[in-house]
Design a protein around this ligand. Sequence first.
Ligand code: HEM
Length: 475
Amino acid sequence: MDNMWVVLGTAIFLSAIILYRNCRFRLIRSKHRSPLPLGTLGLPFLGETIEFVSFAYSDRPESFMDKRRRIYGKVFKSHIFGSPTIVSTDAEVTKFVLQSDAKTFVPSYPKSLTELMGKSSILLINGSLQKRIHGLIGAFFKSPHLKAQITRDMHKYVQQSLANWKDDTPIYIQDETKNIAFQVLVKALISLDPGEEMELLKKQFQEFISGLMSLPIKIPGTKLYRSLQAKKKMVKLVQNIIQARRHSGLSTVPKDVVDVLLNDSSEQLTDDLIADNMIDMMIPGEDSVPVLMTLAIKYLSDCPTALQQLTEENLKMKKLKQQLGEPLSWSDYLSLPFTQTVITETLRMGNIIIGVMRKAMKDVEIKGYLIPKGWCVFTYFRSVHLDENHYEWPYKFNPWRWQDKDMVSSCSFTPFGGGQRLCPGLDLARLEASIFLHHFVTQFRWVAEEDTIVNFPTVRMKRRMPIWVKRRGDP
Ligand code: HEM
C-alpha cells in the first residue's frame, strides 16, 4: 500500500513538472515564437571565454564547438568575449546572418579594435555609406586594369624577392610573402613604391596592429595609445598624398583605391574619411594574403602528389608563354585549373578568418532559433569547412575534391564571408596567391623544415615556415 502511494506521488510530481515545463515553454513560445538555442552561459562575467581561448590555441580550435554541437546541436548559446553569444556552426544559419542587412545585424568587434578603426571605418559603418564604399572598392579590385597592374607589380616584387634566395640558408616563407603582399597592397591602395616612405609605413603599421587586440585603455604608455599614435602618422602620410592629388588635378582613370574614392562625386566621402579608410583597409588585407600563400606551401610540402600536379601545370604554362614570347597575364594565372583548386582547398582547410561576429539589432528568428536583440552571433566558418557532412575526410588536403563540384559558391564555403560585406579583396587575394605559386614552383624545388600552424589570435606558422631551396634549370 505504501509503495502504491510512493508510485502515485512520484507520478503526480513528474506530471506537475512536465505540465509546468510545457506551460512555461508555451509562454516563452507565445512571447517569442522560437526558443533560445540550447547551451550554457558559463561563469559569471567570464562566461566560456577561457575554455574558448584555450581550445583556440590548440591545433583543433573547433573542438570547443564540436563538444557543444554534440550536446546542443549546430546552433547553441554561449558567453564569449564579454557578450552573450549565439554560435552558429550551421551553414544555412550562417548564410542568413551574412545576407542580412544592418537593420538586423551589424558588425561587432572588440573595443580596442573599434577605438583604432574609428567610427567611419568601412569595417564598422553600415547602410548606404558602407554599400557605396564597398561597391567602389569591389569594382576597382575586379577591374582588368588593376589586375594587369597587380600582375606586373607582383611579378616584379616576387622576382626581386626570389633573386635573393640562396641554397645555403633557410628561407622563411611567411616573412617573404608578408613583404611581397604588403608592397602589392600599398601600391593598390595609394600607389606608394618600395622605398623610405614604404619602410616607414611598414614600421608604423606593425605598431598599429599590435594594439588591435589590446586592453581598451587609451593613456600614454599603453599599447592602444601607441597604436593610435602610429595610425595618426600613417593617416598624415595618406593625407599628404590626397592633397598632392587634389593639387595636381584628379585623374579620370583611377590608378589606385585613393583615386577611386576621390573621384566619387558624393559629398559623404571627405578627405579625412578616405585617409582613415586607406589604413583600415590594410587590416583585412595585410596579413591574410601572405598567410594564404604560406599555408599553400605548407600543405603542398606535405602532399607530394598535389605538388607534382601543380608544378607540371605551371611549367607547361611557362613553356607555352616562353614559346609565344609573351609574359603571363592575370587571366592566364586564373585559368590554371589545378592551381585554383589548390588555393580553394587551402582556404577551406586554413580558415584564415575563422568566422565573423555580428550584433542583433532586433529579435531575430532563424531556422527555429531565437537570437535576442543585443546578443552577438558568431558565425564560425571553421566548423562548417571541416564538417564531414559537407566535405569527405575534411582534415585531408584534397584539392581534387573541387574538380567536380562547384562548391565555391555554396553556403558551406565562406572563407571570404558573404552578402553585403563579402570581401572586396577576394579576387586580388586569389590572383596574388596564383602568381606567387607559379613563380615559386617553376623556379625552385624545396625541402620544408618541421613547422606547425598556430590558430590564435591569428593563423600563422609557429616557426615562420623555414624551407631550404634549390634552383631548377629552364623548363
Ligand atoms: C586570403 C585573403 C582574405 C581573406 C580570407 C579575407 C576574408 C574576409 C572576410 C571573411 C570578410 C568579411 C568580414 C565581415 O563579414 O564582417 C572580409 C571583408 C573585407 N576584406 Fe577581406 N579577406 C582577404 C583579403 C583581403 C584583401 C587583399 C583586401 C584588400 C584590401 C581585403 C579587404 C577587405 C575589406 C575592406 C573588407 C570589409 C568589407 C565590408 O565590410 O564592407 N580583404 N574579408
